[in-house]
Write a protein that binds this ligand. Structure first.
Ligand code: GTP
Length: 243
């Protein structure tokens, strides 16, 4: 698909969706209404001709890091978490299809009966053919988060930006839900995030984005639409080489 107008700022984006975002106000699992809305938002971007990659987490089903704290070996917990991301990827694919968006699920852990294996060149070809590509199973390795998978896939597929959807409008000086004096930043450098430990993404994800100069846009999934962001509008914090 060819981008329709000159108003688009980012032509190939990686949208990172946490597993928790799929559960809405439920304690776990899936809120199909929220998932449908997220996929409608992706459809709006897709219709502009923007190439969209998605990395989805699995925390609405299983949280590897918490399970490891409860005594489950970290590597095993992480593998279970990776399987959870495959479930989420397949659900997202169904809702994208419902919204008339063509997509492919590519898993870092080959599971050929239910989805395609991750092959970088195949992913890029799918994007060029106008398919949303959903990357499942994180990086395929334990000890890496799905944020790191998002940064890795964004770099591998030459994305213009990582869109990190969160519960708040951007990056704040402190947790805005606990501290009313917290201020939101419009822009930050990668080093600001790393040094000040602002708790947006883990250090390996930020370092990967930094080394490859892929900006990270942090925005609210509830209050902002990615269609605005790909046009350079809306409320968010952008993390880049800015000094
Ligand atoms: P092109 O070759 O670019 O036309 O891509 P395509 O994905 O449309 O063609 P392909 O024949 O490779 O795939 C047809 C359908 O089968 C798509 O829905 C793919 O996601 C799916 N598919 C392709 N490879 C695999 C695989 O290894 N496992 C599973 N489960 N599905 C696959």
């Amino acid at each position: 698909m060819t981008p329709s107008t000159g108003e688009i700022k980012y032509y190939r984006v990686l949208f990172k969706i946490s597993g928790e975002a799929l559960m809405g106000s439920r304690p776990y699992g899936h809120d199909m209404g929220i998932i449908d809305q997220l996929c409608k938002d992706v459809a709006d971007v897709y219709k502009l001709g923007v190439q969209v990659c998605i990395v989805v987490g699995g925390g609405n089903i299983f949280r590897g890091a918490s399970a490891s704290l409860s005594g489950c070996e970290r590597a095993s917990s992480d593998y279970i978490g990776m399987l959870a991301t495959i479930i989420n990827a397949l659900i997202l694919q169904k809702f994208l299809e419902k919204n008339l968006v063509d997509s492919r699920v590519l898993s870092a852990i080959p599971m050929a009966t239910i989805c395609e294996p991750y092959i970088r060149r195949k992913a890029i070809r799918h994007l060029e053919k106008g398919r949303v590509v959903i990357f499942a199973a994180g990086t395929g390795n334990p000890f890496f988060t799905t944020d790191t998978a998002a940064a890795l896939r964004a770099v591998e597929t030459n994305c213009d930006v990582i869109l990190k959807g969160t519960q708040v409008s951007g990056v704040y000086s402190a947790d805005p839900k606990k501290n009313e004096d917290a201020v939101m930043y419009d822009k930050l450098s990668y080093m600001d995030l790393l040094i000040r430990d602002l708790n947006v993404m883990d250090a390996s994800a930020i370092s990967l984005a930094r080394e490859n100069s892929v900006p990270i846009i942090v925005f609210s999934l509830k209050e902002e639409k990615i269609v605005n962001i790909v046009k350079g509008r809306g409320t968010y914090t952008i993390v880049s080489d800015y000094k």
